[in-house]
Design a protein around this ligand. Structure first.
Ligand SMILES: [Zn+2]
Length: 354
């Protein structure tokens, strides 16, 4: 079968390879992969910045956002043709992992398909333990490849809302920084909650990103001509901010802009080592006197995947066809290396496996 692979730590190593079908171990089911989404993590791994091959091998199959179809199942729970999404992170033996909260792993010996120590899903078949497969209704087939990124958004924003429930005042303003796929899914989540939502990026309002934000009843802000710390003067007390740019300067500007009792959810990852000069006293004082919360969020577990499926259905009901517009590029597995070079206006590339 065909697979999209890299040599971790080596730039420009992305390539299409031929490999044998996986063997199905006892208790596993064979899944035919139908679609694989590409994100910034895949692009960074292919740029040699991180990634880890499975033990004893010198290559890593990429892809951690996938939609598959049960092909062969000795398991009564699954029928041939049913749609499933595989979970990415696999537990170690820490107390959180043993309780199914492997997204909150304490020891760091977890593995992640397509990222750390396990092959990913950019291949025609995978064999999988059903406890790492989440069922998806056929009605969501065209957009279910977005389940994994939606699970990341779900975990982060559900926590932010939970923190906000510490007190009585309703959410007046929610702000999303970045209108990539995570930022747009976050905007949709906040709009499902009916929050007054603003989403900022640096492309014009007339762009597809701007149009997608406004189609949800949120307001698009062009960050190219706006200062984030001055946003509260224009749009009010920022109760919830979701940082989805992965730019650490933006993250610190967001801390300054955060309102009284505000919650800042850091979802983007910055992988460089850029220094930044800040007024530490000012920030510390504002955080304390404003009862502010800043938290980071990474990965997701089975409960977040299941909730993500419900949320995708809810978004699809509220704004039919909106989610499918996030998939701006569909390529074949033969075009695997092209998939890792998106154009600047691209939102989500999906590899389709026939
Ligand atoms: Zn663990």
């Amino acid at each position: 079968m065909k697979a999209g692979a890299v040599t971790p730590g080596q730039r420009y190593s992305a390539r299409l390879i031929e490999m044998a079908l996986p063997s199905v171990e006892l208790g596993e089911v064979m899944v035919r992969v139908r679609e694989v989404g590409i994100d910034g993590t895949d692009i960074e791994i292919s740029g040699g910045r991180y990634g880890e091959s499975p033990s004893g091998q010198d290559f890593l199959i990429l892809g951690h956002e996938a939609l598959g179809e049960i092909e062969d199942s000795g398991n009564a729970k699954f029928k041939k043709g049913e749609l499933v999404v595989p979970i990415v992170r696999r537990p170690d033996s820490c107390v959180n992992c043993l309780n199914g909260q492997y997204d909150m792993c304490l020891e760091g010996n977890y593995k992640e398909c397509g990222i750390k120590g396990l092959h990913g899903f950019a291949r025609e078949h995978i064999s999988e333990n059903p406890k790492f497969l989440v069922m998806v209704p056929a009605s969501l087939r065209s957009i279910a490849v977005l389940t994994e990124p939606m699970s990341i958004v779900t975990k982060g924003i559900d926590q932010a809302i939970e923190f906000h429930h510490r007190y009585s005042n309703p959410v007046q303003v929610a702000l999303v920084l970045g209108a990539g796929s995570l930022g747009l899914l976050a905007t949709a989540f906040l709009r499902v909650q009916n929050f007054n939502t603003y989403t900022l990026d640096i492309v014009p309002k007339s762009s597809l990103k701007g149009q997608l934000v406004e189609a949800l009843g949120a307001t698009y802000l062009n960050g190219a001509s706006l200062s984030i710390p001055e946003l509260p003067e224009q749009i009010g007390n920022l109760d919830i901010i979701v940082e989805a740019t992965g730019n650490s300067t933006v993250a610190f500007q967001a801390m300054t802009a955060l309102g009284r009792n505000g919650i800042l959810c850091l979802m983007g990852v910055s992988t460089g080592n850029k220094p930044l000069e800040i007024c530490a006293d000012c920030l510390d004082m504002e955080m304390v006197l404003g009862n502010k919360v800043v938290f980071g969020t990474v990965s997701s577990n089975r409960s977040h995947f299941e909730r993500a499926v419900e949320l995708l259905a809810s978004i699809e009901r509220n704004w039919p066809q909106w989610l499918s517009k996030l998939i701006t590029r569909r390529l074949r597995i033969d075009e695997f290396t092209d998939a890792l070079h998106p154009t600047p206006d691209n939102i989500k590339t999906v590899i389709q496996l026939l």
